[in-house]
Design a binder for this molecule. Sequence first.
Ligand SMILES: Nc1ncnc2c1ncn2[C@@H]1O[C@H](COP(=O)(O)OP(=O)(O)OP(=O)(O)O)[C@@H](O)[C@H]1O
Length: 560
Amino acid sequence: MSGGRVSGISEVTRKASPTLAIAVALAAVAAVLLVLQMGLLAQLVDDLAFKGLSINADARPFVGFLCVALMRGCVQWVSDMAGEVAGQRAVTLFRQEMIRHVFRVGPVGLQGMETGRLATSLTDGVAAFQPYIAQYIPRAAAMVVLPLLILAVVAGLDGWSFLILAVTGPLIPVFMALVGYSAQSLMDRQWTRLLLLGASFLDAVQGLTTLRLFGRAQESVKMVQSMAEAHRLATMRVMRVAFLTSAVLEFFSSLAVALVAIVLGSRLLSGHVDFYTAFFVLLLAPEYFAPLRNFSASYHARQNALSAMDGLMAFMRLPELCVDRGKNPHQATTGAPEKLIFNDVSAGYGQGPNVLCGISFTAHRGTITAVTGASGSGKTTLLRVLLGVMPVRAGGIVAVDSTGNHIAAQNWRIGWVPQSPCLLNGTIRDNLHLANPDIDDAGLRSVAALAGVLSFIDALPDGLDTVVGDRGTALSGGEIRRLALARALMNAPDILVFDEPTADLDATNATMIAAAIKPLAAGRIVIAVSHRPDIINQADQVLHLPKGVIQSHEIQRAVA
Ligand SMILES: Nc1ncnc2c1ncn2[C@@H]1O[C@H](COP(=O)(O)OP(=O)(O)OP(=O)(O)O)[C@@H](O)[C@H]1O
């Protein structure tokens, strides 16, 4: 798993590699400028203190030092900015890829994942790569370049100081590797807690009514509380390790710098080393440890990204179930379908047996096909296959125009009214615009009239601007269903699909919906899953799926 997530992170990093390469290259240039700046400073102080240089007489060394310091600042700033841009770019591209995967997996494939866990992974999880790319990678590069450069310069200046730095420097990465190993498991635990917290909180909010009905709301609040507490404790454990690591690093590096200073001081007094050399080495010594300390400060970004990768990998492994409508081998005719033909269609979930087995029927334009059958007989599965959110295992579905040509599946215009339509938290207009953002108010009103919902909208004080609340909480079930029907009609579908359009509705609302469906069949192919006589009695054909694994189906003429 660890290897998999490391290669997963490398894959994300590769997305921004050109910009990241600029950040790393500039960090290396800044390292060279830093050494130069320290050399010039040592020279300047040496000249001012011991060689009688006056800045008034010759300002060039001072100006040179200032120029290098300024250049180094600018180069470092551009390097930091390039790192940030690389991080943002990688995260944006990765997020887009994840969103595309959501659509390719589709609602059926996503059923196996907890929504809260998925949401946390796709938001906080993806965001965890930003500091990893923007800070950790440039700092890791700087940790290699700057100390080596300084060691090389010090080696040429003073052997003893070189020895001290060369011995103490590598101790820090070794120590960090030891600490990092145990910190990773703490970080993994913290992420697991966060994912659990997200999933439980969402479950509790979604099931609030049920929990209250069974008197378990308090219990659920306590559970979320205890998960939040567990996450807090896990975070504190990670923080403790982080603080301890930086304290120990500070201690070691200060000790090493002090050792260099003592050795240099005593050798300066005994005349074994001149002031310029001693001062230059003393200026370089803290800079030798600074990248190691910076690296350690951003090391948790790597651990965080590794931990976040676990949740994302579980999501990335989900198989893509949505049918690629673009791959239809048939001629790309764009005309209206005259009939929709199911040819020996078989379909099922995962490795399980076929739920649909050799289904064949034809639905004609201008007719309503009602699909009935016992619970679990595969009615919803049949609609999913038609909507392209799951693939067929055998057979196929074709739409044929009036000249007998097959219409490419990407050109099918399908309107879908689910059993529990999802309205977004916005106005009625926003929700209707979702299907067709270009439609104007006149068009919107005429489609609403077609769906039998215009009088209801007009009776509201704010009309089309009425806010429907999250998932349409401000509306009744019947109103939501009729608005969903209007939304499905917005892009003038040729095929209209209903899943239990009148289920859970009172007689008045059910009659209104059923009455709206009949005229909609004119010029369209309507397929409706329903057990209700109000729909079945209007149907031109009734497709019955027997309970259990389907081996046959019957088509009966409905009572007119
Ligand atoms: N996402 C899924 N993964 C695995 N099996 C599933 C999935 N969805 C449905 N099934 C199974 O497929 C079979 C048919 O389910 P389907 O929902 O199509 O039936 P249905 O006729 O629409 O039932 P209902 O009238 O109760 O909605 C059932 O045995 C069900 O357990």
